[in-house]
Design a protein around this ligand. Structure first.
Ligand SMILES: Cc1cc2nc3c(=O)[nH]c(=O)nc-3n(C[C@H](O)[C@H](O)[C@H](O)COP(=O)(O)OP(=O)(O)OC[C@H]3O[C@@H](n4cnc5c(N)ncnc54)[C@H](O)[C@@H]3O)c2cc1C
Length: 292
């Protein structure tokens, strides 16, 4: 097996043409575990670590572009992510351990398409788009159209995840990410929940975005749940109206980490817990955040 480490996209396309079917790897924290377990190796591996175009995190066309090769650690310390997407930072802070965050990338987390991927619920709640590239073509898709099922994406043959586009929305918002695992650290989510809430000065919800991880084959979202909170304060009573909706939309499985019924109960309880948190625990972005 040959391993290539191109330094630029043009070199990457040339390597890809040379070796035919090659598999990409970024940090290798998912892929190498899988390859070792299956003992089936591709003919060639192309590493993305040195491809400079995949490392950029910058403001472009009024949005923030995050290269697929940006590591979780780099995202966590980047001022643009801290300023505009603290929801994503909150999730990345509990992804794996420091070595996993140093090696692992946002692109790898998305392409792995695990229902338990920690970056995914925030990316869905933030309305992220992914940019895919081949030598001769580039296309953009909303993240929910890219992830098709556990381990399944819309990546075509020879296509690369180039990066993620995040719209800036600097209106005041409360944000929250919580994952429940078998233990506090280094835990794969049994269930996770991301929330982004804009409210009036009086604490009445104007807009809500919710996304649940690990309770279905892909991240679960629900316009019905989000809209049912609009016009109400962020109290346990208002949040209670979402619970039956959550019960309807999730489709968890039993596995070694938890039973489906436990996951189903968690998905609703994570919503109710929003009422227990103040802006400090949830995280408040912008001035004038109030709650009832
Ligand atoms: C000990 C340990 C703990 C972990 N804990 C967590 C956790 O708590 N939460 C969590 O979400 N994950 C966790 N993971 C999983 C993993 O670390 C993350 O999913 C990470 O983000 C994967 O990124 P990577 O760059 O290492 O991906 P890689 O392993 O390099 O790649 C993963 C897959 O994506 C493909 N790929 C990668 N980049 C691209 C690209 N740009 N274009 C096309 N295809 C691409 C690869 O071909 C491969 O199929 C853990 C892993 C380990 C080993």
């Amino acid at each position: 097996m040959n391993v290539y480490l191109p330094g630029s996209l043009s070199e990457l396309w040339s390597r890809q043409e040379e070796c035919g079917m090659a598999q990409f790897f970024a940090g290798g924290t998912d892929l190498f575990v899988k390859l070792r377990a299956s003992a089936q190796y591709p003919r060639a591996l192309i590493g993305l670590e040195a491809v400079r175009e995949l490392r950029s995190i910058e403001e472009r066309e009024g949005a923030i572009f995050v290269g697929a090769g940006a590591s979780h650690t780099r995202l966590l310390s980047h001022p643009l992510i801290q300023a505009h997407f603290p929801l994503l930072a909150k999730a990345l802070r509990v992804l794996g351990s420091p070595p996993v965050r140093n090696m692992g990338t946002i692109g790898g987390n998305i392409c792995t398409a695990s229902p338990a991927g920690d970056a995914l619920p925030p990316l869905y709640a933030l309305g992220a788009e992914v940019e895919l590239r081949r030598r001769d073509r580039s296309r953009r898709l909303p993240i929910h159209e890219f992830i098709l099922g556990p381990g399944k994406t819309a990546l075509a043959e020879n296509e690369l995840l180039y990066g993620v586009w995040l719209k800036k929305d600097d209106s005041p918002a409360l944000f929250h990410f919580e994952k429940v695992g078998p233990r506090k650290a280094l835990a794969i989510a049994i269930a996770s929940f991301a929330a982004l809430i804009n409210s009036t000065d009086a604490g009445i919800v104007k807009k809500a975005r919710f996304a649940w991880g690990s309770v279905g084959p892909v991240v679960v979202t629900s316009r019905e749940a989000e809209e049912s909170l609009v016009g109400f304060p962020l109290t346990r009573e208002s949040l209670q109206r979402i619970v039956p909706i959550v019960d309807k939309i999730v489709s968890p499985i039993d596995d070694v980490r938890a039973s489906a019924s436990y996951r189903r109960a968690l998905a609703g309880n994570l919503v109710l817990r929003l009422a227990e948190y103040g802006p400090r625990e949830m995280g408040g972005k912008g001035e004038g955040l109030t709650r009832t």
